[in-house]
Design a protein around this ligand. Structure first.
Ligand SMILES: Cc1cc2nc3c(=O)[nH]c(=O)nc-3n(C[C@H](O)[C@H](O)[C@H](O)COP(=O)(O)OP(=O)(O)OC[C@H]3O[C@@H](n4cnc5c(N)ncnc54)[C@H](O)[C@@H]3O)c2cc1C
Length: 348
C-alpha cells in the first residue's frame, strides 16, 4: 500500500511561479512538494530557452535556459520533494479538510494545502491538420523552437501569427537564409514594434495557410500555401517548417474541482491568492485579478503572496510574511559558506 506522507503544501506546476513558491515555502518552514507534468522543470520558459529575457527585476539580460537553471537552484535550497512526469488530474477535499491529489496513473499525493501554479494547463501544441504531416516531425517540421542554430542558413517557413511566431521570425531572420511567414489573418499578435520589424526582415503571405506539404522521405522540400478567401495557391521551397498555431489548454481539472473561474477560464483569486476553495491557493499565469501582471516578475510576487496565505491558513498566528532574507537566521550558515567560497575564489 502507498505510504501516506502528508505535506503542508503541494504545488502543482514547475514553471516560474511554482519554482519560486517552492523556495519561498522553504523560507516559511513549510514541508513542500512540487509536482510537474513535464520531465523537466521550467514551465513555459522551456519554449524559449535560447531567447534573452530582459524584464525580470535585478537580472541582467539572461537566456531562458540560464533563468531556469537559477530558478531550479533557488527552488531546491530547502530540499523540497520534487516529482516530475506526473499529471495531476483530480483534487479531492477530505473530511479532515486536507486534500488528496491524484495523478493520471492514480497515484495519490496528500497535502494540507494546495497551490495551483499550473499556468495555462498542460500545453498541447495545435498540430497541422494535414494528413500524413506527422511523418515530417522527425526531420524538419517543428512545433516549437528550442534550438536556433539548427535553422542557420536554411529557408524557413513559419506558419502562425501569435507572439511566439513573430519573435521566432525576428530571431531567425538574423541567422537563416530566408524567413517566410504565412498567417491566415492580416493582423499579427505581439508588440507593434516586433511586428513592424518582422515585416521588414521576412517575406509575409497573408491571409494564407498551409494547404499541402511536399517531401521526399521524411523531409519537407516545398509547401503549397492557399489564399484563405480566394483559394489561389502558391508554392514555396523550404528547408524547414515551423508551425505555431497556438496551444490547446487542459484546464479541465480546475473545473472539475469546482473552483470559481473568470470568464476567460482562469482562476478567480482573493488578494492573498486564495481560490474559491479554502486551502487552495494559486499563482502565476493561471490566475486573473485586477492589476494582473502576466509576466515572470508577476508570477514571483503572486507566488510569495500565495505561500504567505498558505502559512496563515495552516497557522493563523503565523507572521504575515517571511522575515527578510538579508537578516534571516535561516541563511546564517549558508551565508558563511558563501563568504568562504568567495574568499577561496579570490585567493586562487
Ligand atoms: C514565447 C514566450 C516568450 C515569453 N517571454 C517572456 C519574457 O521575456 N518575460 C516575461 O516576464 N515573461 C515572458 N513570457 C511569459 C512567461 O513565460 C510566463 O508568464 C511564465 O512562464 C508564467 O509562469 P507560471 O509558472 O505561472 O506558468 P508556466 O510557466 O506556464 O508553468 C506552468 C507549469 O505547470 C505545469 N502543469 C500544468 N498543469 C499541470 C497539472 N495538472 N499537473 C502537473 N503539472 C501541470 C505545466 O507543465 C508547466 O510546466 C513569455 C511567454 C512565451 C510563451
Amino acid at each position: 500500500m502507498q505510504e501516506k506522507e502528508m505535506f503542508d503544501l503541494t504545488i502543482i506546476g514547475g514553471g516560474p511561479a511554482g519554482l519560486y513558491s517552492t523556495f519561498y515555502a522553504g523560507m516559511r518552514d513549510l514541508k513542500v512538494k512540487l509536482v510537474e507534468y513535464n520531465k523537466e522543470l521550467g514551465g513555459k520558459i522551456l519554449f524559449y530557452p535560447e531567447k534573452i529575457i530582459w524584464d525580470v527585476g535585478g537580472m541582467p539580460p539572461t537566456t531562458g535556459r540560464t533563468l531556469i537553471n537559477q530558478l531550479v537552484e533557488q527552488a531546491t535550497t530547502f530540499n523540497p520533494t520534487i516529482c516530475l512526469n506526473e499529471h495531476i488530474v483530480r483534487m479531492v477535499r477530505e473530511p479532515d479538510n486536507t486534500y488528496t491529489l491524484f495523478n493520471e496513473q492514480g497515484k495519490a499525493h496528500y497535502t494540507r494545502a494546495v497551490m495551483l501554479a499550473s499556468g495555462h494547463g498542460i500545453p498541447v501544441m495545435q498540430k497541422l491538420e494535414i494528413e500524413g504531416a506527422d511523418r515530417y516531425e522527425v526531420s524538419n517540421l517543428h512545433y516549437t523552437v528550442t534550438q536556433m542554430d539548427i535553422f542557420a542558413n536554411k529557408r524557413v517557413l513559419i506558419s502562425g501569427g501569435g507572439n511566439a511566431a513573430v519573435d521566432w521570425a525576428n530571431e531567425l531572420a538574423n541567422i537563416s537564409k530566408e524567413v517566410v511567414v504565412c498567417h491566415r489573418r492580416d493582423e499579427f499578435g505581439g508588440h507593434e514594434k516586433n511586428v513592424e520589424q518582422m515585416k521588414s526582415v521576412t517575406k509575409i503571405h497573408t491571409p494564407y495557410q498551409i494547404k499541402e506539404l511536399h517531401g521526399v522521405g521524411s523531409a519537407i522540400e516545398a509547401v503549397t500555401l492557399a489564399h484563405c478567401d480566394t483559394g489561389e495557391q502558391r508554392q514555396i521551397e523550404v528547408d524547414a517548417v515551423i508551425v505555431n498555431h497556438g496551444m490547446k489548454l487542459d484546464g479541465c481539472f480546475l473545473i472539475e474541482a469546482g473552483l470559481a473561474l473568470e470568464e476567460d477560464g482562469f482562476l478567480r483569486v482573493s488578494a492573498c491568492m486564495e481560490t474559491s476553495q479554502p486551502g487552495i491557493f494559486a499563482a502565476g499565469d493561471v490566475t486573473r485579478h485586477e492589476g494582473k501582471l502576466q509576466l515572470i516578475s508577476g508570477a514571483f510576487v503572486e507566488g510569495a503572496t500565495a505561500v504567505n496565505g498558505v502559512k496563515q491558513f495552516l497557522d493563523p498566528k503565523a507572521d504575515k510574511q517571511a522575515y527578510v532574507s538579508s537578516h534571516n537566521e535561516k541563511f546564517k550558515k549558508k551565508n558563511e559558506q558563501l563568504k568562504q567560497e568567495k574568499q577561496a575564489q579570490l585567493m586562487n
